[in-house]
Design a protein. Structure first.
Length: 132
């Protein structure tokens, strides 16, 4: 599966091209940034509410990012799709997530697929580990 990068506004330059892989949720597709530095995958707490979750009833985990800032995330197993393939996996939901984008961390995306970044072509590709 191949996904094109998306162009987002940047404070450093006019824009930045970033690898986005949408997650299929019951209300439609939702953009998620592919973040190889994130241990876990996250969605904003508002998305959890839209899915009908009582967000703070999830497993509470204190997360600290590379900047040293802490946030509380509540993990829930949710049903979603990636490129038409269905999954039930844990996402951390947080009201302190500093972006409206979801975050694909290593816990889900990188454990299920080989993730190939083609920066020149602005494409991120997922390959099943069983592919030659």
């Amino acid at each position: 599966m191949k996904f094109r990068y998306h162009r987002l506004p940047s404070k450093v330059s006019k824009y930045v091209d970033v690898p986005i892989i949408p997650i299929g949720l019951k209300f439609g597709l939702y953009p998620c940034l592919v973040d190889s530095g994130s241990d876990y995958s996250f969605l904003h707490g508002r998305i959890g509410e839209a899915l009908g979750l009582n967000v703070e009833d999830g497993e509470e985990v204190e997360i600290m990012g590379i900047t040293g800032n802490k946030m509380t995330a509540y993990f829930h197993k949710i049903h979603f799709t990636i490129g038409g393939w269905e999954y039930n996996e844990n996402f951390g939901f947080s009201y302190k997530l500093g972006t409206d984008l979801g975050i694909w961390g290593r816990d889900i995306l990188f454990n299920k697929y080989k993730v190939i970044f083609d920066q020149k072509k602005k494409i991120v590709e997922l390959k099943d580990y069983t592919d030659a």
